[in-house]
Design a protein. Structure first.
Ligand code: GTP
Ligand code: MG
Length: 369
């Protein structure tokens, strides 16, 4: 069984990928940055850096029954999109522009809450869900837990700057996760912008964009002026359509926690993304080391929801603690069982925390819902 890639292992230990590569090399293993490593190699390499690795199986950790979906139960679902890129290259500007440009009339008056993800509906009725967390966390924290949340990544690069270290990192995360990328060459309104320099630098990384005869879609945009954003989204939709994304809406909801916080008056607020099934008021939820019952549910416009289907971001009340970003949530039939699993996980977590600080817990990855 293979667990994580060289670059993921490096980021978990906070060392350079090249250091992991040379540690592998000293074992006679010639690994590339995106290569997955087996358990034995991971243990030996990690110990060189002073880490003790514990391997847990995502399945046997606690038994939450998952039923294989029947083909006929699967329905189309909106794609989940993450914008990633170097500092100041325009991630927030792009997300803000998309959100503001597509706010539906009825919701325009409402106060938009930041819930870490939002959903937009295009004129043709197509829905898109954007994950609005710093792209890196979405990939490292969430992926390290075996949750691959994003369907398509927009890699944004400022045309008045260069392909930067975090751009490269974003690309390698997306590649490692097998997530298709669309390149947004941003800030083309700026006098010093030179989009061809970005295409050139990408080509040096073996990323050849379409207008240079390659396979990667790219779009020149200005996030600030709102230039060519529709064209960018068309390209994202094209990638998403190829994936034929589907989920079964008619089962207990499962998904991922995006962020959580404690509000003095309301209690714990948990923002999450429903990935499959339908979440309803009153549902019993197990989320990471916490559990509870959905008391209230809102969308990003503060609108009350009674139910939420696949690819819907929601903000809920009712969980008895603050799960971490990237934790999976499951709706369970039995409240006592949910509580008991949560308690067990909390105990395990504490024991692990005490044993050693330099401790990596790896789950098998690549398993989708
Ligand atoms: P971090 O969250 O700090 O990593 O940055 P970011 O990637 O979210 O970038 P942000 O959207 O905050 O943009 C950084 C700066 O660039 C801001 O001052 C924006 O106004 C500016 N900016 C973003 N997009 C454009 C653009 O298309 N044209 C111009 N001229 N400026 C832009
Ligand atoms: Mg930002």
């Amino acid at each position: 069984t293979e667990f994580v890639t060289v670059s993921e292992l490096a980021s978990m230990m906070d060392v350079q990928s090249t250091q992991v590569i040379s540690a592998c090399m000293s074992l006679g293993i010639f690994a590339s940055i995106n290569q997955r490593l087996d358990a034995e190699t991971i243990s030996i390499v990690a110990s060189e850096f002073g880490f003790e690795v514990e391997f847990v199986s995502a399945e046997v950790q606690d038994a939450i029954p998952t039923v294989e979906d029947k083909e006929e139960d699967l329905k189309d679902r909106p794609p989940i999109i993450t914008v990633m890129g170097h500092v100041d290259h325009g991630k927030t500007s792009l997300l803000d522009y998309i959100r503001n440009a597509t706010v539906v009339d009825g919701e325009a008056g409402g106060i938009t809450q930041h819930i870490g993800a939002y959903s937009v509906t295009r004129e043709d009725g197509k829905k898109l869900t954007f994950l609005d967390t710093p792209g890196h966390e979405a990939f490292t924290a969430m992926r390290a837990r075996g949750a691959q949340v994003t369907d398509v990544a927009i890699i944004i690069v400022a045309a008045d700057d260069d392909v930067m270290p975090q751009t490269k990192e974003a690309i390698s995360h997306a590649q490692a996760a097998g997530v298709p990328m669309v390149f947004a060459i941003n800030k083309i309104d700026k006098p010093g912008a030179n989009p061809d320099r970005i295409r050139e630098q990408l080509s040096q990384m073996n990323i050849l964009v379409e207008d240079w005869g390659g396979k990667y879609q790219a779009q020149e945009i200005s996030a600030k002026k709102g230039l060519n954003i529709d064209e960018l989204l068309e390209k994202v939709i094209l990638e998403a359509d190829l994936l034929e994304l589907k989920a079964n809406p008619n089962k207990n909801a499962v998904g991922t926690v995006v962020e959580s916080s404690l509000d003095k008056g309301k209690g714990y607020i948990t923002n999450m993304l429903v990935e499959a099934g339908t979440l309803r008021i009153g549902d019993v939820i197990l989320a990471g080391r916490h559990s509870g019952r959905v008391r209230a549910m809102h969308n990003e416009h503060g609108k009350e929801l009674k139910e939420a289907g696949p690819s819907t971001p929601v903000s809920i009340l009712g969980i008895n603690g603050a799960p971490s970003a990237g934790d999976k949530f499951h709706v369970m039939d039995d409240e006592r069982e949910a509580r008991s699993i949560a308690t067990k996980r909390e105990q395990l977590y504490r024991e692990q925390g005490l044993r050693t600080q330099k401790h990596l817990t790896l789950e098998e990855i690549g398993r989708r819902l």
